[in-house]
Design a protein around this ligand. Structure first.
Ligand SMILES: CC(=O)SCCNC(=O)CCNC(=O)[C@H](O)C(C)(C)COP(=O)(O)OP(=O)(O)OC[C@H]1O[C@@H](n2cnc3c(N)ncnc32)[C@H](O)[C@@H]1OP(=O)(O)O
Ligand SMILES: O=C([O-])CC(=O)C(=O)O
Length: 368
């Protein structure tokens, strides 16, 4: 009988040199470096450089790389027009998905599959997606757009374009850590989507557009905003256990918990959790931490299922002032690096991704 690998669980479909996720040791390495070390010591652009090029940049390489990205931050007019033309009733991830597609349609090198062209497109996309996310949050609030600045680091510029100010360094660092942790995670659903699309020899923007769609779902990146919706529904720490009992009884999944690969805890959670603690102090929001801890404790006690990265990141982005539907677009802004690194890796050693299925429909029959 054919063995079915539902959801491709446990199936190894290819090799990758970009990152390694080891569920046994709960470790995540980007090109060999532990991600917690990168998160503490690097700016986001260094990590992007590492993931794309295989090595960390020296000071000159970093400066040149940052200059290249910063000079491309301003959104082309057709992209601004496309964002502003979309209804504010649509989800912000729909805006990101559309914008990536429009950026691709206007890119004169869109169909050039060389690594050099794909790297240039990746750098441009990474420079421009934050502008889309910031523009969209602002228009939904009835605020005018704020032009990008080329004197700010990647993380700082996102705050600037969204809020018109760069917050305290502890807030910027917490955000930068979240972006580093979100940048890459091997063959997750959205990255695999990008690789499937790239494997047909379609273009990089098509692969990223598809990846954005995959990330949107609450079983994947959409969980970070769902966590905040959960907190809003629960209200306060003393309600957490009763709320959870009802969810479990109704057999509903609790967002921000569980992981396909990590069964003993997500390797990125301790780092993000520590920064959440610092932000709780900075913003004086012990009530939010109490709720966070109460739900985690109740979930662990009742199911043994541990939080994933989206659990601490939801409240982190909330404290920073981002609107809840903007959380997954921020995840996307960071994951552009991982998606495009995988597209380039796929193309360097391509084989069409096309699994088999086992038919269980009606037996052969003739039309009458
Ligand atoms: C950055 C990221 O994308 S991380 C993932 C973010 N997604 C979420 O937080 C959504 C909530 N979590 C989940 O839905 C799941 O844990 C997934 C989809 C992430 C991984 O799931 P899988 O590895 O496919 O495991 P699966 O969904 O089969 O769960 C195994 C068992 O644990 C239960 N379970 C897993 N996660 C949860 C959860 N969050 N809440 C309640 N029960 C859960 C399942 O109901 C299932 O129980 P059963 O065997 O009695 O039916
Ligand atoms: O790896 C996964 O399945 C999901 C995840 O944590 C990520 O993409 O960061």
């Amino acid at each position: 009988m054919t063995e079915i690998h539902k959801g491709l669980a446990g199936v190894v479909v290819d090799t990758t040199a970009i990152s390694s996720v080891d569920p046994e040791s709960n470790s995540l390495l980007y090109r060999g470096y532990p991600v917690d070390q990168l998160a503490e010591r690097c700016v986001f652009e260094e990590v992007a450089y590492l993931l794309w090029n295989g090595e960390l940049p020296n000071a000159d390489e970093l400066a040149a790389f940052q200059g290249r990205g910063r000079s491309q931050r301003t959104l082309p007019d057709p992209v601004v027009d496309a964002v502003l033309a979309l209804p504010t009733t649509c989800h912000p991830m729909d805006v990101v998905r559309t914008a990536v597609s429009v950026i691709g349609a206007h890119d004169p090198t869109a169909e050039d599959p060389s690594r050099e062209a794909n790297l240039a497109k990746s750098i441009r996309l990474l420079a421009q997606v934050p502008g889309v996310v910031a523009l969209d949050q602002r228009r939904r609030r009835g605020q005018d757009p704020i032009p990008a600045r080329d004197d700010l680091k990647f993380a700082e510029n996102i705050f600037w374009m969204t809020f018109g100010e760069v917050p305290d360094p502890v807030v910027v660092k917490a955000f930068e850590v979240s972006l580093v942790l979100y940048a890459e995670h091997s063959f997750n659903a959205s990255t695999f989507t990008a690789r499937v699309i790239a494997s047909t020899l379609s273009d990089l923007h098509s692969a990223v557009t598809g990846a954005v769609g995959a990330l949107k779902g609450p079983l994947h990146g959409g969980a970070n905003e769902a966590v905040m919706a959960t907190f809003a529904e629960i209200g306060s720490a003393d309600q957490a256990a009763a709320w959870l009992d009802a969810e479990i009884a109704a057999k509903r999944k609790v967002m921000g918990f569980g992981h396909r690969v990590y069964k003993h805890g997500d390797s990125r959670v301790p780092t993000m959790r520590a920064w959440l603690g610092r932000l709780i102090e900075h913003y004086d929001r012990q009530d939010l931490l109490d709720l966070y801890v109460a739900l985690e404790d109740a979930m662990t006690a009742r199911t043994g299922i541990l939080p994933n990265l989206d659990y601490p990141t939801g409240p982190v982005y909330h404290l920073m002032g981002f609107d809840t539907p903007t959380f997954t677009p921020l995840f996307a802004a960071a994951r552009v690096v991982g998606w495009t690194a995988h597209v380039m890796e796929q193309l360097a050693s391509n084989s069409l991704i096309r699994p088999l299925s086992s038919y269980d429909g009606p037996a052969r029959r003739d039309m009458t």
